[in-house]
Design a protein around this ligand. Sequence first.
Ligand code: NAP
Length: 290
Amino acid sequence: MTTTSDNLAAASGTFQLGGDLPVVRLGYGTMQLPGEGVWGPPKDHDEAIRVLRRAVEIGITFFDTADSYGPETAEQLLKEALHPYADDVVIATKAGLTRQGPGVWTPVGNPAYLRQQCELSLRRLGLERIDLFQLHRIDGAVPLEDQVGELAKLRDEGKIRHIGLSEVDVDQLKAAQQVAPIVSVQNLYNLADRSAEELLDHCDAEGIGFIPWFPLATGALSKEDGPLADAAREHDATPSQLALAWLLRRSPVVLPIPGTSSVDHLESNTAAAGIELTDEEFDRLSAAGG
Ligand SMILES: NC(=O)c1ccc[n+]([C@@H]2O[C@H](COP(=O)([O-])OP(=O)(O)OC[C@H]3O[C@@H](n4cnc5c(N)ncnc54)[C@H](OP(=O)(O)O)[C@@H]3O)[C@@H](O)[C@H]2O)c1
């Protein structure tokens, strides 16, 4: 059971996905758990299980995963480590990217395939309903309304609760919203890469969850000699913690999901929830990381 002093994530506050599904804002992304190139089993299986269990202990409730991480590996690890899930655990998975080898990802948005992957994720995760099912990529060869339409059918059938998108622009989000309610988007965004700024502003205005992937720029923002090193020393924090505190401060709809394969990094990253940045510190970091 989580003790109050262990509950590091809680200070990040909560966000209601779709207005009815609360998540603690600072979550965890499972992409670092499979082997090199997000392919195959973890380097250290027991540490992967420890990371997931420790995440729950320190108050994380929001877990991002995908059928394609491994593939299958990350979802299997989630079930092994956390099933039966605590009531407040929310697993967000994705479908729509296929794998042909380490580091290779190919979009497939055929509706029959998306349905198959939903069924397989339900089985692998040991769930009767997936809380957040995200279209990992829009497949340019398939009409958007067919891809989101299939997710809407899965929602109507009770197999998924909410629909999210990944790597979209504002126009694609609006087009998808014509087909079904969209509660979240997941795009590349961090202090050093703010190309999704317009989408984030749109989500902020509409109360749509914005899940920034690569929140640590895959480790570049974590470096002791990186762009956040001086500010981190002044703040008595690590560069990763400042990168995450900056994201949390950027907008209340931002739900960072830093990935790590180590319990030490997990604990350190999650402690970022307790760092409060003043307006001036936020502006200085914005300038330092840009
Ligand atoms: N929707 C999409 O298309 C998409 C794409 C990519 C990722 N994602 C999601 O976003 C999540 C986050 O992205 P990510 O995991 O790729 O990148 P990230 O969170 O930006 O960075 C992870 C990298 O930083 C290192 N790291 C983490 N904490 C650290 C710390 N405190 N000190 C030093 N190094 C640290 C990790 O290594 P260690 O393992 O050694 O800690 C790993 O190499 C993923 O897990 C996945 O769930 C989604």
